[in-house]
Design a protein around this ligand. Structure first.
Ligand SMILES: [Zn+2]
Length: 67
C-alpha cells in the first residue's frame, strides 16, 4: 500500500513538522473507514466531522479527521 501524499501545495513556508502533520492527517482521511452500522469500508468524510457511508447511506458525526 502506498503512503505517498502530496505536500507540495502547502508551499515552502511551512515547516517540516507541519508537513508531516498534514501528511498524517491526509493519510487518515484517505484511509478507508469502517461503518459502525453496516461494518463495511465505505465511509467517506463529507464535511468536517461529518461522515457518510456509501454502502448503507447513513450519515454520522465523528472527529474532524477520523471517525
Ligand atoms: Zn454503512
Amino acid at each position: 500500500m502506498s503512503t505517498k501524499t502530496s505536500t507540495k501545495r502547502f508551499g515552502p513556508r511551512y515547516g517540516r513538522s507541519l508537513k508531516n502533520k498534514f501528511s498524517l492527517i491526509e493519510t487518515q482521511q484517505r484511509a478507508k473507514h469502517k461503518c459502525p452500522y453496516c461494518n463495511k469500508d465505505g465511509v467517506k468524510r463529507v464535511a468536517l466531522g461529518i461522515w457518510q457511508c456509501r454502502k448503507c447511506d447513513s450519515k454520522f458525526a465523528g472527529k474532524a479527521y477520523s471517525i
